[in-house]
Design a protein. Sequence first.
Length: 271
Amino acid sequence: MTDALHTDLLALAREAARRAGELLRDGRPADLAVAATKSSPIDVVTEMDIAAEKLITDLISERRPDDGFLGEEGASTEGTSGVRWVIDPLDGTVNYLYGLPTWSVSIAAEQDGETVAGVVAAPMRGETYHAVRGGGAWATGPWEGERRLSCRPTAPLDQALVSTGFNYVTEVRTHQADVAQRLIPRLRDIRRGGSAAIDLCDLAAGRLDGYYERGLNPWDVAAGDLIAREAGALTGGRPGERPSWDLTVAATPGVFEPLQRLLEDFGAWHD
């Protein structure tokens, strides 16, 4: 049975993600422009990223003033409750800027350093994915009620559909392209969606066999990692390590180890 606190945290995360998703979907200005850049001139922030993070942190702070925050757009407080919220208010900003539908709101709650609840809302799909540690992974969408998520039955690696992403620093993405080129002949195919959180949820929903990426931050993966694991996927980084900036790997149980091993052999974690 899941902890009552974790259930309450999930309910708050779902409310915050729904409100932020509605703001982003319905409030997107026709003349949306870049407000700032991050790692490079093509790694952008829009005014809507900032507004969505403020909405989320204001709502959570009102209900739980002693909690901490780690947010992509600058929210960073320690808190005193042992609970920290890890927030990506708009995962897939470049997609959003261009009017592409693959973007999401990702909110996770950590207790004493472990993720215990996570929500990923994908408003343009009309889908929201959520999980509490130990309670399975679930989704709502254009179907009736909640649907329990389960990753696909394991396929041989050469029949696996794997998603990835590319960094916005030119030298890093060039190396990533080299790794992908070496990997493609070993797989069914590769996809590149543009939202790490959605990729992890698609793995949970059985729409992918695996996912990997270098250069992800905690807010990119916190919620999606929990959802994928609760749906039966395995997640990690380099062999024996947790997901990190160096490498994040997630896959069905039979695909995970051979995919991780190839990525290690190909040096996917460094230039």
